[in-house]
Design a protein around this ligand. Structure first.
Ligand code: ZN
Length: 226
């Protein structure tokens, strides 16, 4: 709350430590940017995200940019994305992660990104889709197209937090629809979400994509809550 007021009054302060930013810094001071809790999972096979998704849906690779820790930088950034509608920050984080993924994107032969969509009613309420803005930053930095227009959410889902694993699965079953699936055939796509917790949403969306097209999928998120 105090942070929110400070940020409104002084937008050129670091989102994490409130220190004044110099011209070359955006959103975070250099110190905080260097101290982001990066997972480096893209460099690590059999990482936490991959293990969480094993046996549930076929994928090539899966990774997340940041660890989600309750009181840390990641939570402050996600709060800014979710409650203050900071679309540019989501794009900026996508660009940062894109720079990291450049190291492996050539060997992965990615053909494009595709973001998990929000239901139109939620999009109206939220103002923008943070996964899509993050995916836009990734796509631009990696110089690959964004195919997010090809997937839509046709069912609004209730909040996941008070449901058990089965109820969560039921809650996210058959909620996506693929448009013009032929466009995605034989492509290796990076499916992008904001936060991976149980992975139920990713699983449901990936299954729908794999059912409708002959694409291959890798998975990326802004944060991973183990
Ligand atoms: Zn800082």
């Amino acid at each position: 709350m105090f942070n929110d007021v400070i940020q409104l009054l002084f937008p050129n302060l670091c989102l994490n430590c409130n220190k004044g930013l110099v011209k070359t810094e955006r959103y975070l001071c250099l110190h905080c940017q260097l101290n982001l809790p990066e997972t480096q999972y893209h460099l690590l096979k059999e990482n936490g995200v991959e293990k969480a998704l094993w046996g549930r849906v076929p994928f090539e690779r899966a990774f997340a940019f940041l660890y989600f820790n309750q009181a840390g930088i990641t939570q402050r950034l996600l709060h800014e994305l979710k409650y203050r509608g900071n679309e540019e920050l989501a794009f900026f984080l996508g660009s940062l992660y894109g720079q990291r993924l450049k190291k492996i994107s050539d060997t992965m032969l990615l053909h494009g990104v595709i973001a998990i969509p929000l239901h139109p009613s939620k999009l109206r309420k939220r103002g923008y889709n943070q996964s899509l803005a993050f995916a836009n930053g990734l796509a631009e930095t990696l110089s690959i197209p964004n195919f997010s227009i090809n997937i839509e959410r046709i069912k609004a889902t209730e909040t996941q937090t008070k449901k058990n694993r089965w109820q969560r699965w039921e809650n996210v079953n058959a909620i996506f629809n693929v448009n013009h699936p032929e466009t995605l055939c034989n492509k290796h796509l990076l499916l992008v979400d904001d936060v991976i917790t149980t992975g139920a949403t990713i699983e449901s969306c990936a299954k729908e994509l794999l059912k409708k097209t002959s694409c291959k999928l890798s998975i990326a998120s802004i944060a991973y809550a183990a």
